[in-house]
Write a protein that binds this ligand. Sequence first.
Ligand code: MN
Length: 414
Amino acid sequence: MTELRWGSATDTGVVRTNNEDSLLVAEPLFAVADGMGGHAGGEVASTVAVEALRVAFAGDQTVDGLVAAVRQANAAVLERASAEIQLRGMGTTLTALALVTEDGEARLALVNVGDSRAYLLQQGELSRLTEDHSLVEELVREGQMSPEEAATHPQRHVVTRALGMGPGVEPDVWQILPVKGDRILLCSDGLPNEVAEDDIAATLRHEPDANHAAEELVRLARQHGGADNITVVVVDVADDDDRAREASAAVGGSRAKARPLDLEPRGHPDPDLDPDPDRDRDRDPEPDHAAASARAQPATKPRGSRRFTFRVALFVVALVAVLAVGVWAVAFYGRAGYYVGLDRDSVTIYKGRPGGLLWINPTVAQRTDLKAAQVLPAELPGLRSGHTEPSLAAARHFVDNLKAEAAPPAPTGP
Ligand code: MN
């Protein structure tokens, strides 16, 4: 049996007069919600969201069920907002963790909408699992703002995704293989805005009791200013069916079969899943991208004394394999085929893709004695953009046809 232990704490903070955060501790489901909206809006939104999440998840305790429950929570917030005029425009973040069974195996499913966060403490190292759906963090991800600027930016509290914003909501989704000793932290932004991640990590490392750890984190946030409400849920994997031992046996080489990855993000739902994952690799697509970077985080975050765990190593191997296949596919496609184009005013056969593909530039396969001036004008636009053919023979045949329909060369000599 996979067994969890947990603790939680919430506090209004030092500055605010009411606590708009809500938390849910209802094994196997845990959640933090940070409400926003005038009057009582924030409090109502976060309360309605976690209650609707709890009820909906109870009916389908799977990863898909958790995602569906987030949708139900969004619908519940919208419905309440439309029913009471003073609650118009209220919204809430939602970060939830649930122990589920997928394919006969225990998994921790994690969903996130907004700028509350989930962290994983694994073998003493803290890594952030979620990406904030906030204006400033998106600018940081796009390289348009430094993390230092973001930390003090006046609009740093503006979220780009929240429950209550509209009928559609796209949670980021992850699956985590629970391993004994792992500790997961869910928190509203009132914690990381006040307490440095190193101090959060130290507290989680040194306080074994989940409730005490949660209370200590809240105390630290108050001590550092407590400008916002602070909510913390700590979930410990207390037992895992000896999965940790199996993993260390595997890393010792005694097991031929690799364990599944611990972090399996799912861009969920993904009806428009991009069939060509390489194409958008450097851009900033929504939720798949978010999931992918969160997955990469534990492996790529530079840390001085980071212990390289087996599961991180396995993930890196898988990531490198995926990238290698992508590079190979681009190289293959970029070098495949021929096209007939113009090199200054000479018709030329090239190997590769017109205009090149990423770092693969076309090369000259064969020069011809045909000049652009001899080609029928109707053929010139096609030649300028490059007329593709599957083989060199086909390209030559195309040039022969051009010659056949071309005007006879102007007579030379006397
Ligand atoms: Mn907050």
